[in-house]
Design a protein around this ligand. Structure first.
Ligand SMILES: NC(=O)c1ccc[n+]([C@@H]2O[C@H](COP(=O)([O-])OP(=O)(O)OC[C@H]3O[C@@H](n4cnc5c(N)ncnc54)[C@H](OP(=O)(O)O)[C@@H]3O)[C@@H](O)[C@H]2O)c1
Length: 248
């Protein structure tokens, strides 16, 4: 029987390939026959993925380096059928301690980098017709967690850019969507959980009717959005959060 999802021979750029949601996205793409070009800073993990997956090319690049992105682009020698921007960082900072350097760092990784990458790839016609672009946003883009103004604003920027690019790129049948997860247990959540009390974590967990998620929950939606089965979905911001944002 044929798989519902078929990514055979298609090539996808995944940022944040070395951990959590991005890593699981690489595994799922590979499972459905796709080829992955994965970006991250951890060479050991990139090499491990190259050894583990039949078609994985790792590129070691620090996305904070916006001015050097031509170097990253020059290493992409395939036409792309899709992009999943998973790279993301967070730092909780109450507004009293607002710091412009922190804003710039988080914004560059979470938002600026992917816009520059997409712009450059389009200019050199490296993104195929019918491609699918996914931004990993967050329910924090629409829900106010104390101390999270910088991270939340970068994710809200991804949401609005999703709609603008969906409109701009529809003539090439390039689809653009965001996935907005709730709490998924990864390295990133360790950073958040280290800043709040155990009691606060337990209270938060209770707000998830289906509990916290795992990276595979998000990656499953990513591969669907990358596949032709989602051909009529564009400009959408899809919450995936075990009911957290839609129930009380
Ligand atoms: N986990 C959650 O609960 C949750 C909820 C909502 C949204 N999200 C979003 O989901 C995405 C993935 O998060 P995650 O939980 O999977 O986090 P994670 O396990 O910490 O992974 C983050 C990834 O981003 C990469 N990265 C970070 N800084 C980078 C930089 N300067 N240059 C290049 N790559 C960089 C890391 O690679 P290296 O370490 O190799 O550089 C890593 O592969 C993020 O955008 C996050 O905001 C997560």
């Amino acid at each position: 029987m044929e798989n519902f999802i078929n990514l055979n021979g298609k090539v996808f750029l995944v940022t944040g390939a070395t951990s959590g949601i991005g890593l699981e996205t690489c595994l799922q793409i590979s499972k459905y026959g796709g080829i992955v070009i994965g970006v991250g800073r951890n060479t050991e993990k990139l090499n491990a993925l190259s050894n583990q997956l039949p078609s994985f090319v790792g590129i070691n690049y620090d996305l904070i380096n916006i001015d050097g992105l031509d170097k990253l682009i020059s290493k992409i020698d395939h036409q792309l059928d899709g992009i999943v921007h998973c790279a993301g960082i967070v730092q909780l900072l109450p507004i009293k301690f607002f710091n412009i350097e922190v804003l710039n760092k988080i914004r560059k990784v979470n938002y600026d980098s992917i816009l520059v990458i997409i712009s450059k790839l389009l200019k050199i016609k490296k993104i195929n017709k019918d491609a699918s672009i996914i931004f990993i946003s967050s329910i924090a883009s629409e829900m106010g967690m104390k101390g999270n103004s910088i991270y939340s604003s970068t994710k809200a920027a991804l949401n609005s850019t999703t709609k603008v690019l969906a409109s701009e790129l529809a003539s090439q049948r390039i689809r653009v969507n965001s996935i907005a997860p709730g709490q998924v247990e990864t390295k990133l959540t360790v950073e958040i959980e280290s800043k709040v009390s155990l009691e606060a974590i337990l209270i938060d967990k209770k707000k998830y009717p289906l509990g916290y998620g795992i990276p595979e929950d998000v990656a499953n939606l990513s591969v669907f959005l990358l596949s032709s089965k989602s051909r009529w979905i564009t400009g959408a911001v899809l919450n995936i959060d075990g009911g957290r944002s839609s129930t009380f």
